[in-house]
Design a binder for this molecule. Structure first.
Ligand code: FUC
Length: 812
């Protein structure tokens, strides 16, 4: 079978076109996505991104569309959602909840404790580049692909005897998107280009944005505009996207807002874009000057030079890790066919591709200095995107970063760290004004402007642990890197998060435990006394309420947070007295409980499920991504966890399934995790492996979460040791995983055959003691010399390491 793919490979840094076949098989199905037809909808287009600038490339003939994003282009401007006076209602709300009157409590919370505006700003599409080619109604030999080795997407086809090719990438070093058009016959490139702004759709009542499309000189196009006013927040962003064309041969003309190329041999487009955003409080930059500077910096650079720089930069991240799983014949099919056939045709290597794409998506949407990856990373073509394409933190944004540390992409967590630090600003005001508490608190939604108050309504907005969860997530950065300077930087964030809960926690009605109140187990209505779907006279709508006290997720998140805080305060020798109080409070947090039905309770009270197969797995936080429940340390809860997961089922939204993969992996059931993965591919994945949420929303959390799940199936490190192949599916019987990271500052290269480890190489980045369970007996050496290793009761090995040392484990 000759695939006829002309795939961009890089040999010694040089791009080379090499036709690949399954026989020669240097085309790697774990890093190449390819298709035989263009994207028919935006959700099928192929993404490129440099953390700040994103593009979705349709790969169409006749009329090509390249949709563009800039990561700060949100509606509105600096604003606050803090509302004065809510704190005085808190005791009454708490009382109502303890007395079993959730609907009254819900209404009171809704009227007095919500932030305003009650929703957030939206991330919007910047522009679209359209290319109009004549005589391209029919084409042959069509292929488009995304090469994860280089970060370049391309399309090629033949029309009227000429083979055309376009390549697109988003360069981090040059901060521009580059498009190159070529043809195999000189003088064949004739087309018109237009850069179009995006108008807010009519149903957005609050939108008063504007944009202009213009030609620029003899070789350019521009779109300039202002962000939308929204929910009473004035659009304070100004933006500019500019395209500069560099043709080879032929002629070029700019008239009105079209750029026309006639009979060129090749054309390079450079697209620069910027807004006036400086930070969440400051929009004083000059977007035009920024664009001028970006274009000035690439002046005179050839396409090949820009490509080489971009690929080199991208590969410093991507090449750190490689995962290979068994290839089958199916692995060589176009990616959409591989996905469509996954339930019938074994193709373990598709998991490698999904893993690699999860890393690709993070490299493309979160770089030091950019915004963190939002619900859609940075890719969004809609002026009213699903859930505003912002930051939802009752699962989604945390999930975006689950694979970052193990996936050797530690630096890419920086935007999240910065966001959390910035959230403490309004977060401290919300703590004081809404709760009368010290420290800082953040709920379930935020946007570019870092609002922190309860949002969307009490059913969602009573989630007080969004900031605590994010803080735990950032602590993982320390666990993986052992970077104490980072811990020092994080300490005020951790302390502030703990301070809030030390004030907010309250004794439960029996005076036994400390609990949160109000609380919610995200978006899941309990069934129990007082819990009904109810009619609200104010809005005229039916609602359900999830308001309660002591949702298990809160307690588990706080168990981790307080534990991490106590360890950190001791390590950094800070706040001894406060730390003692936190230790006491931690010991009084309600423990995990098994309910009457044998499941792990979702609430401190043993309430039933209104929706047993709800997509959120909130009370499983402690099993994953948290570290409260584990097979080895708390076996008494494991049957209850399995019962929850069986009740939830293996379906639901993309991110829900991704989460279940990791949960089953932590329960050591790799085959179940693999089954869920395949169902995810089939039902909740777009053809380029972006995840779906439900029926049609593209959401990137599932994409990232799946990469984390695949990792947990092959390597875990939350039990105080590095556990290899803890949940390996039967189908993944052979493989290697190189460059993967574990807690304690270790980086591993591992290889397995017949589902058993054959060889492991451990790089110790922090010089810590290494405890590792590779399943069997191993000889440890470093630089050819034997290392003395202790065999523990559970069969794992412990040996000392030095910083920078490489240790080889060979099966005895
Ligand atoms: C959570 C989920 C929804 C969606 C939204 C962005 O609230 O419950 O399914 O993913 O985030």
């Amino acid at each position: 079978m000759n695939l006829g793919i002309v795939c961009p490979l890089f040999v010694n840094g040089q791009q080379a076109d090499i036709p690949e076949t399954i026989e020669t098989s240097s085309f790697n199905p774990a890093t190449l996505m390819w298709y035989e037809s263009p994207a028919s909808i935006w959700e099928e287009a192929l993404p490129v991104g440099n953390g700040r600038l994103g593009a979705m490339v349709f790969g169409k003939y006749g009329e090509e569309r390249i949709q563009l994003n800039e990561d700060t282009y949100y509606s509105g401007g600096p604003y606050s959602s803090v509302v004065e006076g809510g704190a005085e209602y808190l005791p009454e709300i708490q009382k109502l909840i303890f007395e079993g009157q959730p609907i009254k409590a819900h209404k009171m919370f809704g009227r007095h404790m919500m932030g305003y505006p009650v929703e957030q700003m939206k991330y919007q599409s910047l522009a679209n580049l359209h290319l109009f080619f004549e005589n391209q109604e029919e084409v042959t030999d069509y292929k488009r692909w995304l090469d994860l080795e280089s970060g370049v997407t391309a399309v090629t086809y033949t029309a009227n005897g000429v083979t055309f090719r376009r390549e697109v990438f988003s360069s981090a070093p040059d901060q521009v998107i580059v498009v190159q058009l070529t043809a195999d016959k000189p003088g064949s490139l004739s087309f018109r280009a237009q850069l179009r702004g995006c108008r807010n759709q009519a149903h957005s009542n609050y939108a008063t944005d504007y944009f202009r499309m213009d030609g620029v000189g003899q070789d350019g196009l521009a779109v300039t505009g202002k962000s939308a006013d929204y929910l009473g927040v004035e659009g304070a962003l100004r933006y500019e996207a500019r395209l500069k064309a560099v043709p080879e041969g032929g002629t070029m003309k700019v008239a009105d807002d079209y750029l026309t190329i006639n009979k060129a041999d090749a054309v390079t487009f450079i697209i620069a874009a910027a807004t006036n955003f400086v930070n969440y409080k400051d929009v004083s930059a000059d977007q035009t000057l920024r664009v001028d500077n970006y274009l000035e910096q690439v002046k005179g650079k050839s396409y090949a030079e820009m490509l080489k720089a971009s690929v080199k930069d991208y590969q410093q991240y991507f090449k750190r890790v490689s995962l290979d799983l068994p290839l089958t014949k199916t692995s060589y099919l176009p990616t959409d066919q591989r996905i469509a056939g996954i339930l019938d045709n074994p193709d373990p290597s598709l998991a490698s591709l999904a893993y690699n794409f999860g890393r690709y998506a993070l490299i493309g949407s979160s770089r030091p200095g950019t915004q963190p990856a939002n619900l859609q990373g940075i890719w969004n073509d809609n002026m009213n995107p699903n859930w505003d394409s912002k930051y939802t933190t009752n699962i989604n944004i945390e999930m975006n970063y689950w694979h970052a540390e193990s996936g050797n992409l530690s630096e890419l967590v920086e935007p999240l760290t910065t966001m959390v630090k910035e959230l403490t600003d309004q977060g401290a005001q919300v703590a004081e004004k809404h709760y009368g508490a010290d420290g800082w608190v953040f709920h379930q939604n935020t946007d570019l402007w870092r609002v922190a108050a309860p949002m969307d309504g009490p059913t969602w907005g009573t989630f007080t642990v969004g900031g605590a969860w994010l803080t735990n997530q950032l602590y993982e950065h320390y666990l993986f890197t052992q970077d104490t300077e980072y811990l020092q930087e994080l300490y005020p964030v951790m302390k502030g998060a703990v301070q809030f809960f030390m004030d907010f926690l309250i004794e439960d009605p029996d005076g036994k435990y400390l609990v949160t109140n109000p609380s919610t187990s995200p978006e899941n209505p309990p069934k129990g006394p007082g819990y009904e779907y109810f009619f609200d006279e104010v809005t005229g709508n039916y609602y359900f309420t999830s308001i309660c006290y002591g949702a298990s997720i809160d307690i588990q998140i706080l168990t981790d947070l307080f534990g991490y805080y106590i360890e950190t305060a001791s390590l950094l020798e800070e706040d001894k007295d406060f730390s003692i109080k936190v230790t006491e409070a931690r010991s009084r947090l309600a423990p995990p409980q098994i309910g009457k039905d044998g499941t792990l309770q979702e609430w401190t009270e043993d309430l039933a499920q209104m929706e047993p197969n709800h997509r959120h797995n909130s009370h499983m936080y402690g099993l994953y991504p948290g570290n409260v429940i584990s097979v080895k340390r708390t076996p008494q809860y494991i049957d209850g966890c399995k019962a929850v997961l069986n009740l939830r089922g293996d379906g639901a939204s993309g991110w829900s399934r991704a989460w279940k993969m990791s949960l089953w992996a932590r329960l050591y059931d790799g085959n179940r995790a693999n089954k869920i993965f395949k169902g995810y591919l089939k039902e909740q994945s777009y053809p380029q492996l972006f995840a779906l949420c439900g029926r049609k929303a593209l959401q990137i959390d599932g994409t990232m979460g799946v990469a984390a799940g695949i990792t947990e199936m092959i390597l875990q490190s939350h039990e105080g040791s590095i556990d290899l192949l803890p949940a390996l599916p039967d189908e993944w019987s052979e493989g290697h995983f190189d460059g993967v990271c574990a807690r304690g500052g270790f980086e591993l290269d591992m290889k397995w055959e017949n589902s058993s480890i054959t060889e492991v190489e451990v790089l110790s980045k922090a010089g810590k003691t290494c405890r590792i369970d590779a399943g069997g007996k191993y000889k440890v050496t470093t630089e050819g010399k034997k290392v003395s290793a202790k065999t523990n009761k559970d069969g794992s090995l412990t040996f000392n390491t030095t910083k920078g040392g490489v240790y080889t484990l060979k099966r005895k």
